[in-house]
Design a binder for this molecule. Structure first.
Ligand SMILES: [Zn+2]
Length: 303
């Protein structure tokens, strides 16, 4: 698997393996071997998770080592030519500060949200693993946070779901994510909405319109009868047109879903009528249908 080079990420992985930024491949490999020897994931299954993290960091460093060293040496060359002109200007330092100014990576979570909650909006809570300040004074010797200064805690987070939220939409919870020691504030949480299906009515949401396939009996379709149509807010009584065709559609204005975060803009409810008939019928029904058939026989083409 290959990944994009990002100096900020490269630096973070160096920190997590306790490797100097300017280290070359042989030293990175040596440090990795040392750590693996200590963990022994082959005989200690408990350490498998930690091994996974170390391996991820190691793979990234190996893949991007050349690019990182070039970036670093370019910035130093630039820094040397610059210092002659502006003695106070330390390019490398400013380069690092610049990468530190990148946004704190957000926590990304996929979260299942009920259909009605997405449509009408509301509130929900969920548990999230969040990195919090450890509280130790000198984290270089702290066993609790393993010299990171941060400890993982499972926190209950409640959040608002705006009216008209769609599937796969990203809801941003500002500054509720991991604590950033350098910035002394929290990053964001990005919730990716997984809109759960509407199990009761089987509505399908397309943009702000709701679509519904509604089964009706052939007698209702032919004769045109009063039927009941489910909507988001309850039921609607509707007079079917006489001779309603299979798959024909009826649009009910402004009974669909709302625009995102706008209670005053609403889509439509689009109902497709699906005509069904039973595979088994009673003797009485059969008798009556035979009569209808006799009436219609002459109209039906006989090949
Ligand atoms: Zn600590």
């Amino acid at each position: 698997m290959t990944s994009n080079f990002n100096f900020h990420i490269y630096k973070a992985y160096c920190n997590s393996l306790n490797i100097q930024l300017e280290e070359k491949l042989p030293e990175i490999k040596r440090v990795f071997r040392e750590k693996v020897k200590r963990l022994r994931p082959d005989i200690n299954p408990e350490s498998a998770k930690e091994f996974g993290k170390i391996k991820e960091a190691y793979d990234y460093l190996v893949e991007h080592n050349a690019k990182a060293l070039t970036t670093l040496s370019n910035s130093r060359k630039y820094s040397q030519t610059k210092t002659r002109l502006e003695p106070d200007f330390d390019f490398l330092k400013s380069f690092h500060e610049h990468t530190d100014n990148l946004p704190t990576p957000p926590i990304e979570l996929k979260v299942g949200i009920e259909f009605e909650l997405c449509i009408f909006g509301g509130e929900k809570t969920l548990n999230v693993d969040i990195l919090n300040p450890c509280g130790c004074l000198v984290y270089h010797s702290c066993p609790k946070c393993r010299q990171k200064g941060l400890v993982k805690e499972n926190k209950r987070v409640s959040f608002k779901i705006p009216v008209g939220t769609s599937d796969q939409q990203v809801l941003t919870l500002k500054e509720l994510g991991h604590y950033d020691l350098k910035k002394k504030k929290r990053g964001d949480i990005h919730l990716i909405v997984d809109m759960l299906p509407d199990l009761r009515n089987h509505f399908t949401k397309i943009n702000t319109d709701l679509h519904l396939k509604l089964e009706i009996d052939y007698t209702q379709a032919i004769l045109g009868k009063l039927i009941t149509i489910p909507t988001l807010e309850g039921f609607l009584r509707y007079n079917l047109r006489q001779g309603t065709q299979n798959n024909s559609k009826e649009v009910f204005k402004e009974l669909g879903a709302y625009e995102f975060n706008d209670k005053y803009k609403r889509g439509d409810l689009v109902v497709s009528f699906i005509i069904k008939y039973d595979s088994v019928i009673s003797e009485e029904e059969k008798e009556l249908l035979e009569k209808i058939y006799e009436l219609r026989k002459d109209k039906l083409e006989d090949w």
